[in-house]
Design a protein around this ligand. Sequence first.
Ligand SMILES: CC(C)(COP(=O)(O)OP(=O)(O)OC[C@H]1O[C@@H](n2cnc3c(N)ncnc32)[C@H](O)[C@@H]1OP(=O)(O)O)[C@@H](O)C(=O)NCCC(=O)NCCS
Length: 394
Amino acid sequence: MRTGIDGLGLAVPSLCIDLETLAKARGVAPAKYLDGLGTWRMGIAPVDEDTVTLAARAGNMALESTGTREDEIGLLIVGTETAVDHSKPVASFVQGLLGIGRNCRVFETKHACYGGTAGLMMALDWIRSGSARGKKALVVCSDIARYGLKTAGEPTQGAGAVALVVSENPRLVELDPSQSGQYAIDVHDFWRPLYSKDAHVDGHYSVQCYLDALSGAYRHFQQLVPGVRASDCAALAYHVPYGKMARKAHRQVRAMDGDENPDASFDVQVGASLVLPAQVGNIYTGSLYLALASLLATSVKNLDGQQLGLFSYGSGSCAEYFVGTVVPGAQERVHALGLQAMLDRRRVLSFDEYEQVMKAREELDVRPIEQAVADDFRFLGVDAHRRTYVSPEA
Ligand SMILES: CC(C)(COP(=O)(O)OP(=O)(O)OC[C@H]1O[C@@H](n2cnc3c(N)ncnc32)[C@H](O)[C@@H]1OP(=O)(O)O)[C@@H](O)C(=O)NCCC(=O)NCCS
């Protein structure tokens, strides 16, 4: 049975800030953020956009771009580490906003930035086991990455969602979940206590944990699938909290393959996967899939039938290295989504506006209901402890 990603949707917030602006305001050399971290713009969500609205927009785009009807979805999973409720899953809000049918398994997965990959693997197994009975899965990765003002993590924030339609006979990337290596270990590199809006991170330790997990997952993959080397893949997409992390990851994987000059292959194997992430910042669960979308949208190489290596990492931690095969025509399909044009439509904030939005977002959980033009999926506010949303009018 051929299974994999049939189509995707992307949602980014309507606002963003240039990291050069942030660097100057914080008294940091802009080159540290632009070259040292490898990110030049990051998404900022206004108060009427949150994890739910981003997930709904991405999900809607994935359904429309694949011509999938709402009642064809038998499994709806939202992977997130920035949920809006301790009990009610983001997936239920998304089900309601998108009108997904009622005979459907609907839930949320959490494991830091790995939660979306957990959902994807589960969806592939669900289809391959026969339980899907011809239905498709919608797996949405949605997050708002927030580290707090004036912290070392501030330039590695971002927001966005990537939705994947997972099915038989996929039209983008074929995936076999048995071709995958995992690595998990209990570490405290990044966490967000229940009482905190901002993430806590041991930044440099988190980089080391990511690299250790990459080694562990890739070694496991090599044991399970001997002879399939990352160095032989046409392209590689890594989890991208910031672009430089992908470079560190690439050096490590190529070194494990015995390559003494890993940087020589970086532009060819990884460059295209970083074009979109460098303009969005960290989107946590969706990060690897934004890198994949970027690769398919911007690579100048013909990837038809070519093998890709994919690496997902979630702090805490769990990691997975797996391979996929690009289905002929996938690049044209993703190109037609107009992802770069979507990023270009965002409004670029001044530094003062950025600080105002970040401050306003602290009050979101008690935001009174406001009327809004129903031109998009929007968060209206909270009434009697219930979050309220609106869908775009048909
Ligand atoms: C990533 C993070 C640890 C960086 O923290 P920091 O201490 O402020 O930054 P560093 O001093 O390490 O500098 C970052 C990079 O910029 C480089 N740099 C610094 N100043 C520079 C300049 N003026 N010009 C060019 N590069 C510069 C540094 O050499 C470093 O590159 P390297 O990693 O290749 O050595 C921090 O942003 C963070 O905690 N982020 C959140 C956690 C995260 O994203 N973890 C990733 C794994 S999940």
